[in-house]
Design a protein around this ligand. Structure first.
Ligand SMILES: Nc1ncnc2c1ncn2[C@@H]1O[C@H](COP(=O)(O)OP(=O)(O)O)[C@@H](O)[C@H]1O
Ligand SMILES: O=C(O)C1=C[C@@H](OP(=O)(O)O)[C@@H](O)[C@H](O)C1
Ligand SMILES: [Mg+2]
Length: 160
């Protein structure tokens, strides 16, 4: 989910593992020369999702932690690619915690279709995150440091 801590936890994990860190949102911005919210304003949510799916499908990295945007989950081509090249981690967070962390949805550029509430988005996405996850971590009440420690232990057993 947006604001579940992918970028925060991802960079800490990369440092601990001695890996590179790739934030797919930054790659999108570099490739398009635009802010995410500008892409959404100009091309709509569906247009943004296509750009995001294409960029994530083309990620060609090794020994890296990748933090994609939460909406990457809507792109089957991107998710197939990420499943092939990586261990996919689902950072599980309650609706209340997501809402509290997110703040201004428009400013953050969440891929919210017209008329959809954050709760609708949460309910729509949960089955998708569950479907694609290789590893799931319940983040409730855990600091980023604790989550990184748990992830490192789980990764050792994931074998990819
Ligand atoms: N384990 C955590 N506990 C509390 N707040 C967190 C935790 N991990 C991240 N955050 C905060 O949540 C917000 C969103 O984090 P971010 O890494 O940008 O998420 P994402 O990349 O998944 O959208 C930030 O303000 C960050 O400091
Ligand atoms: O989940 C979403 O709809 C989105 C999450 C954002 O990334 P984070 O998940 O890093 O916040 C970003 O990709 C885009 O603004 C859409
Ligand atoms: Mg992020």
């Amino acid at each position: 989910m947006p604001a579940s801590g992918k970028s925060t936890v991802g960079v800490l994990l990369a440092k601990r593992l001695g890996y590179s860190f790739v934030d797919a949102d930054i790659v999108i911005q570099e490739k398009t020369g635009k802010l995410l919210k500008e892409i959404i304003a100009e091309q709509g949510t569906d247009g943004f999702l296509k750009v995001e799916e294409n960029v994530n499908s083309e990620l060609d990295v090794q020994r890296s932690v990748i933090a994609p945007g939460g909406s990457v989950i809507y792109g089957p081509k991107a998710m197939k690619h990420l499943k092939e090249i990586s261990v996919v981690v689902y950072l599980k967070l309650s609706y209340e915690d997501v809402k509290m962390r997110l703040g201004d949805l428009k400013d953050r550029g969440v891929a919210l279709k017209d008329g959809m509430t954050l709760k609708d988005l949460y309910d729509e996405r949960i089955p998708l995150y569950e479907k694609y996850a290789d590893i799931t971590i319940d983040e409730t009440g855990k600091s980023a440091g604790v989550i990184v420690d748990e992830l490192r232990t789980m990764m050792e057993h994931a074998g990819k």
